[in-house]
Design a protein around this ligand. Structure first.
Ligand SMILES: Nc1ncnc2c1ncn2[C@@H]1O[C@H](COP(=O)(O)OP(=O)(O)OP(=O)(O)O)[C@@H](O)[C@H]1O
Ligand SMILES: [Mg+2]
Length: 232
């Protein structure tokens, strides 16, 4: 979904007079009206507010993830002169590992690092299962529009690819999503518990082939950090 930027609006004289009349009728001195200072929220604070609490403070430290952040940040371009550079095209990562290895942590950490590097980041995160649920055709929902929005989002986290039940429909939707991101070279962070050959049997050759080309595979240590923490 594209964010629409509105031009600042100038109030006409008629409007100003009307406002002055309203304030006078209420015995309010416009000069004394308290000025509301806009709260200063840093881009990182704004970003954190939109993240699930568990990953709000996630710090990416995997060397391949850090290299990806640098590449995507370097490829960022300003939409017009003087504007902040925004994510453009770039490579993608396929973060593979056992349950609890820290894949999702690295994915959110990568988004935080990008924002910290000063790049404007329009992003979305979804588990594959939630995405399929959102895209199921149902009355009152515009699934095509939703698919287009997710497909075009400059940076997308697809968490737990391959964890949802396979079906022809799942294969087709995943193909349409991945194919769009593949064609437009949009950076995508994918996490999965599956090996590439299992992804192939789960999602089909077309998806697996595109993923093989568009992503760098990031392997994680075979440790479930959730249990490790409990045992410590
Ligand atoms: N580098 C890290 N430093 C501190 N905590 C971490 C780190 N990586 C992961 N964790 C914590 O370990 C737990 C498991 O991490 P995470 O949820 O990222 O695993 P995952 O690989 O995505 O697992 P799953 O495949 O089940 O989704 C989480 O509580 C997370 O906050
Ligand atoms: Mg995860």
């Amino acid at each position: 979904m594209r964010t629409r930027h509105r031009e600042p609006q100038t109030l006409g004289e008629g409007t100003l007079h009307r406002m002055a009349r309203i304030l006078a009728a209420r015995n309010i001195d416009p000069g004394a009206a308290p000025v509301q200072e806009p709260e200063t929220v840093s881009p990182l604070e704004a970003l954190s507010a939109g993240m699930p609490p568990r990953y709000r403070a996630a710090v990416a430290d995997h060397p391949q993830v850090l290299a990806w952040v640098r590449t995507v940040a370097e490829a960022a371009v300003a939409p017009n002169q003087g504007a902040r550079r925004q994510i453009a095209t770039g490579p993608s990562l396929l973060m593979a590992g056992v349950v609890g290895a820290g894949k999702t942590h690295q994915a959110y950490g990568a988004v935080r690092k990008l924002v910290q590097s000063g790049v404007g980041v329009r992003w979305r995160a979804t588990t594959a299962a939630d995405l399929y649920a959102d895209l199921r055709p149902r009355p009152g929902a515009d699934s095509e529009r939703e698919l287009a929005a997710v497909s075009r989002c400059p940076l997308l986290i697809i968490d737990d690819l391959g964890a949802a039940k396979a079906s022809e429909w799942v294969e087709e939707v995943t193909y349409r999503l991945i194919n769009r991101r593949y064609n437009y070279e949009l950076p995508t962070l994918i996490t999965t518990n599956l090996a590439i050959r299992d992804l192939r049997s789960h999602l089909g050759d077309r998806v697996a082939s595109r993923l093989a080309q568009m992503t760098t595979r990031v392997e994680f240590e075979q440790v479930d950090r959730r249990r490790h923490r409990l045992a410590a």
